[in-house]
Design a binder for this molecule. Structure first.
Ligand SMILES: Nc1ncnc2c1ncn2[C@@H]1O[C@H](COP(=O)(O)OP(=O)(O)OP(=O)(O)O)[C@@H](O)[C@H]1O
Length: 561
């Protein structure tokens, strides 16, 4: 960085004064070597920085994505913010960071100016201090609005994301005005804050430029005065001016590039907090593959964002080779129970155990392949049918076909344009609701899981589909899996051994299929018997006796239809 100024000084003071061409050649060679070294260092620096960005992504990319998934499961709304923060950091390293490396050299440049003449040194030092103070003022004045602008921009992004994900409902029912209103509110908050940052930044930047040019003039003027007084050479005067402009460059860059630094700092802080959130599942020893004995013991659960428990004292079990149906009115807590059975959430008290080990604590890489879960809303991923059935791993074609045959979608898949290799588009957009559900079922049955939880598996199925589903349940039982089917339709019940009736988050009945169906029928005929008796071993804490509950009629009529 000092090469050109020192070169100029030597040429002025030595070569021009002595007329020595040898000196000129030697100086030129030395300057060329120094500049070549600088170019090489610059190249290495940019390689290191972009490598740092890549390293950051490799180290943190996957773990940030995993943590984001956990964040969604714990009911937070910061979904993909952490991934965006990681991106901000990576691009900061690849572009915006260089002036931070130049800043520490400012004192060195000033020291060199002191060597030329103390008066020039004092001037340079004063200029650097004033400009540095302006950079600090810029930081203090723009810090808050920058953070507020970032927050508003993230809110606007989430609104837009939600609207785009639900494009059909938005278009059909004209939800757009409401969405646009929310989005504009956040956008304008973002723009107001950004405008305030830009105003302050522009003012300070203009002031800085003015001061810098003034200092440049001042140092030349002082230099000329010192030359006239014979205290400085002409070459040193010009060199001082050039070194000063180098010295002040990073300070000026700090003002214009502060927004990037501030964004990157905020992103780093958020990411740090995000990644240091406690692990939902503490590290444990890997367990042997389960046989599939599910035991639910006195489970209570409430959602993180609500006060009221959704599940209250649930007890039941499902043995390997057995199917249990969970039925009950809407909002009874069936889907919530399904989520607990696959270990998505921990109960607030009580336990859900598979082969004696708490299923929530079981690490997904150990247990995932032994679980089959068909959620109520099946979401598929872009990719081929086979990849989706094989849970996005490299498909084992015989296992994929076996699962598809079990879910009765083999023929349907063969009729697709490229069979198992058909690309199904984002979220399975190319498929009908029923096709998606069948492929979702095949995904749940892939790899012969030991515990299968099907949440309303027949919601989009026709009668044929119902039969196929029952055959699949029978086949899974035959393979020794425990199956829990959630649903309203009586057709779901034909293959189950036991039925659990869930009402208002409590077990209203649990027992052999025929006994429970019989009891439900009796309730329909005789809604308020004087002394109701549960049909079977009622769960220990089974709350209000069936017939006494106001929901009895709903459950019994639905089930006995
Ligand atoms: N993320 C959530 N946060 C807070 N409360 C929730 C959440 N999800 C569900 N609930 C509440 O939990 C209760 C049970 O919901 P759940 O989806 O388990 O019912 P369900 O029996 O499966 O109903 P359906 O048959 O209509 O699907 C409802 O009152 C619902 O409002």
């Amino acid at each position: 960085m000092l090469t050109s100024s020192l070169y100029m000084m030597q040429v002025f003071d030595r070569v021009l004064a002595s007329g020595s061409i040898g000196t000129l050649l030697f100086l030129t060679l030395a300057a060329a070597l120094a500049l070549a070294l600088m170019a090489a260092l610059d190249f290495i620096r940019s390689r290191i920085l972009s490598g740092l960005g890549e390293w950051l992504n490799r180290r943190l990319g996957a773990i940030t994505l995993e943590k984001s998934l956990e964040s969604v499961l714990t009911g937070r709304n910061d979904r993909s913010d952490a991934l965006r923060d990681l991106d901000t950091l990576r691009s900061f390293f690849s572009g915006g960071v260089t002036f931070l490396f130049d800043a520490p050299w400012v004192p060195v440049y000033i020291a060199v100016i002191y060597l030329l003449h103390p008066v020039l040194g004092h001037t340079a030092l004063a200029a650097a201090v004033i400009l540095f103070a302006l950079a600090l003022a810029n930081n203090a004045l723009t810090g808050k609005p920058l953070v507020a602008a970032g927050n508003a921009s993230r809110r606007a992004m989430r609104t837009a994301d939600a609207a785009l994900r639900n494009a059909e409902a938005v278009e059909a029912m004209d939800l757009m005005p409401g969405i646009v209103r929310r989005w504009e509110r956040d956008q304008s908050a973002m723009m107001d804050n950004q405008a305030s940052v830009a105003r302050t930044g522009a003012l300070l930047l203009d002031l800085t430029k003015f001061l810098r040019q003034m200092v440049q003039i001042a140092i030349l003027a002082l230099g000329a005065w010192l030359v006239v007084k014979h205290e400085l050479t002409g070459g040193a005067m010009i060199a001082g001016s050039i070194i000063l402009s180098r010295a002040l460059q990073p300070v000026e860059q700090a003002i214009s590039g502060w927004k990037q630094v501030s964004n990157a700092r905020a992103a780093r802080k958020r990411l740090h907090e995000f990644l240091n959130r406690p692990e939902r599942r503490p590290a444990g020893l890997p367990l042997p593959p389960p046989a599939g004995h599910l035991v639910v013991d006195n489970v209570f659960f409430k959602h993180p964002n609500s006060q009221k428990p959704v599940l209250k004292g649930i007890c039941f079990d499902a043995r390997p080779g057995e199917a249990v149906a969970v039925i009950g009115p809407s909002a009874a807590g069936k889907s919530t129970l399904a989520r607990l059975l696959v270990g998505l959430h921990p109960p607030i008290s009580g336990t859900v155990r598979l082969d004696g080990a708490e299923i929530f604590m079981w690490h997904r890489q150990d247990i995932g392949r032994y679980l089959g879960y068909l959620p109520q809303d099946v979401e598929l991923f872009s990719g081929t049918v086979a990849e989706n059935i094989a849970r996005l791993r490299t498909p084992d074609s015989s296992a994929v076909v076996a699962a598809a045959q079990l879910a009765d979608c083999h023929d349907m898949i063969l009729r697709l344009p490229a069979g198992y290799d058909t690309e199904i588009g984002e979220g399975g957009a190319m498929l009908s609701g029923g096709q998606r559900q069948r492929i979702g079922l095949a995904r749940a049955l892939y790899g012969d899981p030991k515990l299968v939880i099907l949440d309303e598996p027949n919601a989009s199925l026709d009668i044929e589909g119902d039969d196929a589903l029952n055959q699949a349940i029978a086949a899974m039982k035959g393979k020794g899996a425990a199956v829990v089917v959630i649903g309203h339709r009586p057709s779901t019940l034909s293959q189950v051994e036991r039925i659990l009736v869930l009402r208002d988050g409590r077990v209203a009945m649990f027992g052999p299929r025929s006994d429970v169906i019989e009891a439900l029928k009796r309730q329909r005929v005789q809604p308020i018997p004087p002394q109701p008796r549960p049909a079977m071993p009622a769960a220990p804490q089974a709350a209000p006796p069936p017939a006494a509950s106001p929901n009895v009629r709903i459950v019994s009529s639905e089930t006995a239809e």
